[in-house]
Write a protein that binds this ligand. Structure first.
Ligand SMILES: *Cc1c(COP(=O)(O)O)cnc(C)c1O
Length: 383
């Protein structure tokens, strides 16, 4: 086990590894399981052994969740079958009928669908707040406010939130906070160190990193650990051994992949920001980004996902741009090794955002950056 304070790269390589438990093999075994046997009736009745049933963990899932604990500086990390479940399970656990729930307006679209359909149906009062609210969030607090759900940068529009300010205002008022930290991964931002109570990831994205599985993680402090674990088991949410194995395998190379994603994406974001057919580039590492200073203060770097706005163009032009791409695939999700592009629809936002043209989101993969630039030029040529 690396000593406390050792670099994130070292933690990523060694966290959750216990080779001596498995005859010295470096990786944990893939445990496919439901039943766990007990040696006698007393042990069974008292559940007095490390593993009791696969919904409560196996050596494979433990390896991954312990690695996430070390990276997120968390007491507990639960694993969920999708990134979306990593949002819905904590919400179902900690919000109830009559609760008031504050969600950032730039939240991941399917999270909004869950809040507006399922949570409202159960009597939760859902309110969306503007991403740049900062400490002013306290004016939205009510007696019934149960939680603030943040996401930074916001999905597609990439606003950075003042997470420490929001977390401390909420804590003062006795309100829980949760953040979707998928964009940054625990390498670039560690929400629990900024006073947030629950940090969730779509491990589907950079952590797994190879576009071959769906998984979510939710990490929390000692204070909420038992309630969160109980909530996940009660809702029947768990993951299988094969997927947990792939997730930890992906995690081991996250730092080197992320550095390349960052470098290539920053280069292309700079290229696009000086392109005559581009109205604006939404990437927090660019000094022109309105939240650049907040990003610099709180994050250790940028990942490879950003958006840009086409100038003097309509939806048809955006489609021509996308159809001309040969390396960028057209498809949802991101965080894999391959580059992707999607047109963004912002019609679900409740708080208007003014853009000068169609918005395109890019996931910059691990291809040669020169080839990606050539591909974008194909798109511009098709305009
Ligand atoms: C993709 C995504 C999710 C959901 O992950 P899935 O595994 O696809 O369910 C959640 N939050 C954000 C920010 C995402 O981009």
């Amino acid at each position: 086990m690396p000593a406390p304070g050792s670099g994130q790269d070292t933690i990523v390589v060694h966290a959750g590894c216990t080779p001596s438990d498995f005859h010295g093999f470096v990786n944990p075994p893939v445990v496919r399981a439901s039943t766990v046997l007990f040696p006698d009736a007393d042990t069974l009745v008292n559940r007095n052994q490390r593993y009791t049933y696969a919904t409560r963990g196996t050596p494979t899932t433990d390896a991954f969740s312990q690695a996430m604990n070390q990276l997120e500086k968390a007491a507990t990390t639960i694993l969920l079958p999708t990134g979306l479940a990593a949002v819905t399970v904590p919400l179902m656990t900690f919000v109830k009928g009559g609760s008031h729930l504050l969600i950032v307006d730039s939240v991941y679209g399917p999270t909004r669908v869950f809040a507006d359909s399922v949570l409202r149906k159960f009597g939760v009062d859902v309110e969306y707040y503007p991403a740049r609210i900062g400490a002013e969030i306290r004016h939205r607090f009510r007696k019934q406010t149960a939680m603030v759900l943040m996401e930074s940068p916001g999905s597609n529009t990439m606003e950075i939130q003042d997470v420490p300010a929001i977390a401390s205002a909420a804590r003062e008022a006795g309100i829980m906070t949760m953040i979707d930290n998928t964009w940054a991964t625990p390498l670039l931002f560690r929400p629990l160190e900024h006073g947030v109570d629950i940090s969730i990831h779509a491990a589907t994205k950079y952590i797994a990193g190879h576009s071959d599985l769906l998984m979510g993680t939710a990490s929390t402090t000692e204070h909420y650990a038992n309630a969160l674990k109980t909530g996940a088991v009660a809702l029947g949410q768990t993951v299988g051994g094969d997927d947990a194995y792939l997730a930890i395998r992906g995690l081991r190379t996250l730092p080197v992949r992320l550095r390349q994603h960052e470098q290539s994406a920053t280069m292309l974001a700079e290229y696009l920001s000086s392109h005559p057919r581009v109205a604006s580039v939404l990437h927090p590492a660019l000094p022109s980004h309105p939240d650049h200073d907040l990003w610099k203060r709180d994050f250790d770097g940028a990942s490879g996902l950003f958006s840009f706005v086409l100038k003097d163009a309509g939806a048809n032009a955006a489609h021509r741009f996308l159809n001309a791409l040969r390396i960028f695939g057209l498809g949802f999700s991101w965080g894999g090794y391959e580059s992707l592009a999607v047109p963004v629809n912002l019609s679900d936002r409740t708080i208007g955002c003014q853009l000068q043209g169609p918005l395109i989101r890019l996931q910059i993969g691990l291809e040669a950056v020169g080839d990606l630039k050539t591909d974008l030029d194909r798109g511009f040529a098709a305009l």
